[in-house]
Design a protein around this ligand. Structure first.
Ligand code: HDE
Length: 702
């Protein structure tokens, strides 16, 4: 659109247009508010097509109609074949520890130096319009716009993967996504094809432990870890290589939801994670992650009892500790979802001088896939010119033409070497990317190395490193998913693998499924025990905090002003968001006659949307709320999801109606009767998270 400096305050002309209903309204337009066609032609009427007479046929000559409809018809591009549903944000990465000794990467040389980033979080299996709280891996892809080009760290929130070789990826994804004949189930692995494939793919067992754990149902994109998964190389100016694993650690700590809550969140707010990320950034609560490295040498790698090229294995932090080397802050929402989040083209092959690949066969396949997929998705080879994909440093070469070429290279010379072009760009042996000179040779073979063959030891390590509630959840998740498989042999085949991970785990799952006997599958390499690693558990390293969390407060007309004010202050003082849930969206009139607007009407604000709740109606309000199923469910679900609940005695009718004899404040520290407990007690208790001791009273422990 043509831009002029005409002031908005001084309209240059006034047009009269007919509105939808046929009524006329006047609209002021200046040059920069003028609606035009893509050719810049001013539009007089955007509501009515050109007809012969008022009721006559529409004319083909209506170029304004044709252009508008044509463009609309082509608005969609193919969604990502995996990771279709996602959300992203802009921000920066700041180097905290210069790494000049191990890498020449320009953005890792100077303390406090910042580079822009664009980070996209995603689910994997669901289509673009699916819900956020699927049980699934989450993508965690970061594009660093460095002074020497774009570095994309295209990772996940789980440090290992299902398969060891890229050639298996299409089969894995086919099995995980909807069945091809019926196109369901959407965004979930709880179906026969997935588990059939898994039962025949023992290398996936370690990843299965992670995806059946609470890591796969995160509370927020702001509260997940991220991992580069593969072993990469850092290369310094002397050409020396150090192996590296990349980790992101969330400043807010990790947190997950419980499964029943996830199921209900998907109904209450399918955009739960997307909204959470957007709202946090919008309010200035910028998500922050530490970048940590595990660096190690070839000599160390040779001593590990697993292969660092095998993406189904992690390096326990006890073996190689994490070094914090930088931080990422996401401080700006995208201006346009399509232009930025949808069109961003991450590519595992986008590395910069100083960062290089290893022979991990999963990584090697990815190096091809991402570039290739963009040709389909974005329609041609010039997708690097789309603003979100452009490096922020100058880029020049002699690649030319192609669909949607945006740049206009000048001159006669489009080849190199050339003696004609005076300003032609030249390669530089010093500054250019130099691949690490890895000494590899061998025969051409389609085989998997022996060193990749132990599929169970690290799966066992993960399971045995979990706390009691976390182990229970893995058992329940497996029973849930396998109960959705209609073919009994599929369930039995999975059990035949689980038995090698942990007998207790397998027996509990079998009991939960009603399978009387487990016949172990062949396991060429017997698993061995490893020392449990608390770093693999969410709960073992949880830190008490309310920061970034959300508290819901159920109120009614006549709610006590002082208590409401104290609660709000205490919660906000602890860095959490405080939201009012009320019978009407217009809000309530407090005991002192003050109008308090609501954030949610009760039906739209169930307790699953909050980390902890307070229920403080007036006496009359409490009695009335007890007649509303959604208010009763607010309490029942908060209790069932093990949340900390503060309440006044006026909430008693809700407790009676909810019929929860086990809800007894004398033996449940997560229930705080206000009056006996203070709002500070509530904030303190809620900061510690859920009351896991309540779980056996509200859910069958399998
Ligand atoms: Fe991806 N993956 N992937 N993947 N992946 C894609 O690229 C692929 C793998 C990951 O927010 C696709 O632009 C192959 C591991 C993320 O835009 C595609 C293999 C990890 C995203 C592709 C893998 C990932 C993708 C689909 C096996 C964690 C979303 C659309 C060799 C380390 C990026 C696209 C975003 C997206 C291929 C395995 C992470 C088709 C062939 C392992 C976070 O290129």
């Amino acid at each position: 659109m043509k831009k002029t400096k005409t002031s908005k305050a001084a309209p240059s002309k006034v047009t009269t247009t007919a509105g939808h209903g046929g009524e006329l309204h006047q609209q002021a337009t200046s040059e920069d508010t003028l609606l035009t066609t893509n050719q810049g032609v001013p539009i007089a009427d955007n509501q009515n097509s050109l007809k012969v007479g008022a009721r006559g046929p529409v004319l083909l000559q209506d170029f304004i109609l044709r252009e508008k409809i044509m463009h609309f018809d082509h608005e969609r591009i193919p969604e990502r074949v995996v990771h279709a549903r996602g959300s992203a944000a802009h921000g920066f990465f700041e180097c905290l520890e210069p790494l000049g000794d191990i890498t020449r990467a320009a953005f890792l040389q100077n303390k406090r130096e910042r580079v822009p980033v664009f980070t996209r979080f995603s689910t994997v299996a669901g289509n673009k319009g699916s819900f956020d709280l699927a049980r699934d891996v989450r993508g965690f892809a970061v594009k660093f716009y460095t002074p020497e080009g774009n570095f994309d760290l295209v990772g996940n929130n789980i440090p290992v993967f299902f398969i060891q070789d890229a050639i298996k990826f299409p089969d894995l994804v086919h099995a995980a996504k909807q069945d091809p004949d019926r196109e369901f189930p959407q965004a979930q692995t709880a179906h026969d094809t997935f588990w059939d494939y898994i039962s025949l793919t023992p290398e996936s067992m370690h990843m299965i432990m992670w995806t059946m754990s609470d890591r796969a149902i995160p509370r927020s994109y702001r509260m997940m870890e991220g991992f580069g998964v593969h072993t990469f190389r850092l290369v310094n100016t002397h050409g020396q290589s150090t192996f590296v694993k990349f980790h992101w650690r969330p400043k807010l700590g990790m947190q997950s939801v419980v499964w029943d809550e996830a199921v209900k969140i998907n109904g209450a707010d399918p955009d739960f994670h997307r909204r959470d990320l957007w709202d946090a950034i919008d309010k200035g609560n910028f998500p922050e992650f530490e970048l940590c490295l595990q660096t190690f040498t070839q000599r160390q790698a040779d001593k590990f009892d697993f292969d660092v090229l095998d993406a189904t294995k992690l390096i326990p932090e006890e073996l190689v500790p994490l070094r914090v080397v930088g931080r990422m802050v996401l401080d700006r929402n995208p201006d346009n979802f399509f232009a930025e989040t949808e069109q961003v083209a991450f590519c595992a092959a986008n590395v910069v001088p100083g960062i290089d690949f290893t022979n991990d066969p999963l990584l090697q396949g990815r190096l091809f896939s991402y570039l290739d997929t963009q040709l389909k998705r974005l329609g041609g080879p010039n997708f690097h010119q789309i603003p979100i994909n452009q490096p922020r440093c100058p880029f020049h070469n002699l690649q030319r033409d192609g669909h949607m070429q945006m740049s206009v290279p000048k001159g006669q010379v489009n080849y190199e070497p050339s003696s004609l072009g005076a300003d032609i760009k030249h390669e530089s042996a010093e500054r250019g990317f130099t691949a690490f000179a890895a000494p590899d040779d061998g025969e051409q073979l389609r085989i998997r190395p022996e060193s990749f063959a132990d599929h169970y030891s690290q799966a066992r390590l993960f399971f045995q490193s979990q706390t009691g509630p976390e182990q229970n959840h893995i058992v329940s998740a497996l029973v849930f998913e396998l109960s959705k498989c209609v073919l009994p042999p599929v369930r039995e085949a999975v059990l035949s693998r689980l038995i090698h991970i942990d007998e207790d785990l397998a027996n509990r799952v079998a009991a939960g499924l009603g399978v009387p006997e487990i016949v172990p599958a062949e396991a060429p390499v017997k698993p061995h025990d490893m020392k449990p690693s608390p770093a693999l558990s969410i709960l073992a390293k949880a830190m008490p905090t309310l920061e970034g969390r959300k508290i819901g407060c159920l109120v009614s007309d006549g709610t006590d002003d002082a208590l409401l004010g104290d609660l709000r202050n205490a919660v906000e003082g602890a860095g959490a968001t405080f939201e009012i849930v009320a019978p009407k969206i217009g809000g309530i009139t407090t005991a002192r006659g003050k109008l308090v607007p609501a954030h949610h009407k009760i039906e739209g604000g169930p307790s699953v949307l909050f980390d902890a709740v307070a229920i403080i109606p007036s006496r009359e309000g409490g009695a009335k709320l007890a007649t509303q199923a959604e208010a009763v469910n607010f309490l029942r679900d908060a209790f069932g999801h093990l949340k900390v609940i503060a309440y006044t005695d006026t909430a008693a009718p809700l407790f009676v109606k909810a019929g929860m004899p086990e809800a007894n404040p004398d033996n449940d520290p997560g229930l705080l009767a206000l009056g006996q407990s203070t709002v500070e007690d509530f904030v303190h208790t809620a900061a510690a998270g859920r009351n896991w001791d309540r779980e056996p009273f509200v859910r069958e422990m399998l």
